[in-house]
Every structure is written in structure tokens, then in C-alpha cells.
Design a binder for this molecule. Structure first.
Ligand SMILES: [Zn+2]
Ligand SMILES: [Zn+2]
Length: 331
């Protein structure tokens, strides 16, 4: 098998968090299900799950995942979206195909792909917006870290998508990276203050997050597994600041994986992983069942509320984040 024998066994994807009971349902507010499943098939060509529905029923539902917001952000739009969305319309379909999990989606064009945005792409997105499982527009925004599309094009396409979404009153899924000033300016120019906004996978400066939270009362910060990485302290500071005495102490976050990327690091402290070594120890992809590991990390950042003896735990963070997910997306 050569190099392939290094790939970690599929069984390691069943990563139940020890402290989370079934009373804390998992809501993943941002995941790329098609690419997660494709990454899984690529890594495990002889894998147990051969369809996306089996993948969800076998891995997500037993882990306690009750809702996901799937993200389509390619330009041009991938026609596959319709198969997933159409298969989740009735309760019967969701029970039989998705194991009872609520499948929802958002659609937009990612800043990386902004150069591919045009009238035809917009028409396809507008069509998807009318689907009963569609709960928002995105991910869209600005990414000056990679600059995969020229910045003026990113800005124009971001503004154009925002105008459409605002007109349709659709919640916004925003991707912003190292573009604080332009993202803030464009959002404030176009989006009404009370609009519902999810700033997904937030990793930028805490001051930027605070300015957005202060301006938009229905804005939530999306927290992925990247908060657990030692290379990133800004996201932890952003969450802690929500509890600073001088600000409103409300946990305005939603939890997400952005799978297939960013496995939460604390997963590797599970005893099962201690039997492995070296490169074969790493999971090649992430999935929605890993949300509790991120929630647990968030809980450890938070002080007990005033007058409370009990502090935060993963289940409590997930419960609040679950309410916030409902507030933004209605899921
Ligand atoms: Zn993103
Ligand atoms: Zn994403």
C-alpha cells in the first residue's frame, strides 16, 4: 500500500465528546457537505459510506447532529445543490434519506471565486434563494490573505451580492479575512442595521469583531475549530471580550466546522489517538460531529455569570449557540 497505509483508520472519525450528552444537539451553521463527502471518498476509496446520505446517517446523526447549514459558494454554481436540497423538502424524505437531520443551505460566491461572478451565476443563485431549504446568501465577502480574485473585483461582487440579499431579506453568511476595513465599510454602506448576519470562521482582530457587534444587533460571530489552534489567539480574545464587564455579556456566537477543513485540535487528546504515532495520527478531514470539541474549548474561556456557581460547559455553549443559529437562519 506504500504511502496510503499512513491514512488513519475510518473508525477514528467517530469522535463522541465525553462530556456532551444527547440533550445538547449539534447544529453546524457552516459546512461544505459535498466537498466533505468528496474528500472522504478521495481519502477512503474503499470506505464504508458510498453516498452522502449514508455518510450523514452513519456519522452525523449518531454523533447528535440535528441541523446543518450547507454552503454552496462556487462560481459557476454547482448543479448538485438541487439534488441535496430537493431530497430534504418533506419530513418523510428527511427521515428516510437524512436520518432525521435537518438539511438547510445557503448559496453565494466566495471571494476566491469572485472573478467568475456574472449575470448567469446570479440568476442561478436567485433561483436557489426561492428553494424552501435555502436559509441565506453566502458565503461571500473579501479575502485579502489569498487574493485569489483581484481586490476591486472582490469588492464589487461582494457589494452586488449584498444588495441582492438585502432586497430579498435573506440572512448573510460573510467570509472576511485580513480585509477588516473594506468589509466593515461595505457592510455598513449596504446592509440595514437590523439585518441578520453570520461572520463565519472569524479569525481577524477582536476590535473589528466588536465594531461589527456594536453596529449590527443581529450579527453573530462564527466559531470553528480554528479557535483551538495555538497559532490563533484573536478568536479566543473575541469570545472573551463578549464577557468583558464594559460590554453586553451575551454569547453572540454560532458554532460551525467549515468542514472539510480544520479539525478541532483537542480531538487528538482522546485516548484512542494515543495508540498512534507520527503522520498517521492526523484526521484528513473534519465533519459536523466535531462541533462539541469547539464548544468545549469556548466553555473553558468563559467565566461563570454573575451570581452563578456553575460555569460553562460544552453543552451549555451549544445550547446558546443553537438558539443563536435559530435567530440568524431560522433553523
Ligand atoms: Zn469561508
Ligand atoms: Zn466555508
Amino acid at each position: 500500500m506504500g504511502k496510503k497505509s499512513k491514512t488513519i483508520a475510518e473508525s477514528f472519525f467517530r469522535v463522541a465528546h465525553p462530556s456532551v450528552s444527547s440533550t445538547a444537539p449539534i447544529v453546524d451553521t457552516h459546512t461544505h457537505l459535498a466537498s466533505t463527502f468528496e474528500a472522504y471518498r478521495h481519502k477512503y476509496p474503499a470506505g464504508e459510506f458510498t453516498t452522502v446520505y449514508e455518510f450523514v446517517r452513519g456519522l452525523y446523526v449518531p454523533a447528535g447532529v440535528t441541523e446543518i447549514v450547507d454552503v454552496w459558494c462556487e462560481g459557476p454554481v454547482r448543479p448538485l445543490w438541487r439534488e441535496f436540497a430537493d431530497s430534504a423538502v418533506t419530513e418523510e424524505q428527511r427521515r428516510d434519506l437524512w436520518g432525521g437531520m435537518g438539511y438547510w443551505f445557503v448559496m453565494g460566491v466566495h471571494p476566491h471565486e469572485a472573478k467568475h461572478y456574472n449575470d448567469a451565476v446570479e440568476a442561478d443563485i436567485l433561483e436557489a434563494m426561492a428553494h424552501p431549504r435555502c436559509v441565506g446568501w453566502g458565503e461571500m465577502g473579501l479575502d485579502y490573505h489569498y487574493d485569489n480574485s483581484p481586490r476591486p473585483v472582490q469588492q464589487e461582487v461582494f457589494a452586488r451580492q449584498l444588495r441582492c440579499a438585502v432586497r430579498l431579506k435573506k440572512p448573510l453568511t460573510i467570509h472576511t479575512r485580513e480585509a477588516d476595513d473594506d468589509t466593515e465599510r461595505i457592510l455598513k454602506e449596504i446592509v440595514p442595521k437590523d439585518h441578520k448576519i453570520h461572520i463565519h470562521c472569524f479569525t481577524d482582530s477582536p476590535a473589528f469583531a466588536q465594531r461589527l457587534l456594536d453596529w449590527f444587533p443581529n450579527l453573530y460571530i462564527g466559531i470553528t475549530g480554528v479557535i483551538t489552534y495555538s497559532s490563533n489567539t484573536d478568536t479566543s480574545t473575541t469570545v472573551r471580550n463578549m464577557f468583558a464587564p464594559e460590554t453586553a455579556s451575551r454569547l453572540r456566537i454560532v458554532l460551525e466546522t467549515d468542514a472539510p477543513f480544520m479539525v478541532p485540535a483537542p480531538i487528538y487528546t482522546l485516548p484512542a489517538f494515543s495508540t498512534l504515532d507520527g503522520k498517521g495520527k492526523k484526521l484528513p478531514l473534519c465533519h459536523s460531529g466535531m462541533v462539541p470539541w469547539t464548544a468545549d474549548f469556548v466553555a473553558n474561556l468563559l467565566p461563570p455569570a454573575e451570581g452563578e456557581r456553575e460555569g460553562w460547559d460544552a453543552a451549555r455553549v451549544m445550547t446558546v449557540a443553537r438558539e443563536n443559529a435559530r435567530a440568524v437562519y431560522g433553523v
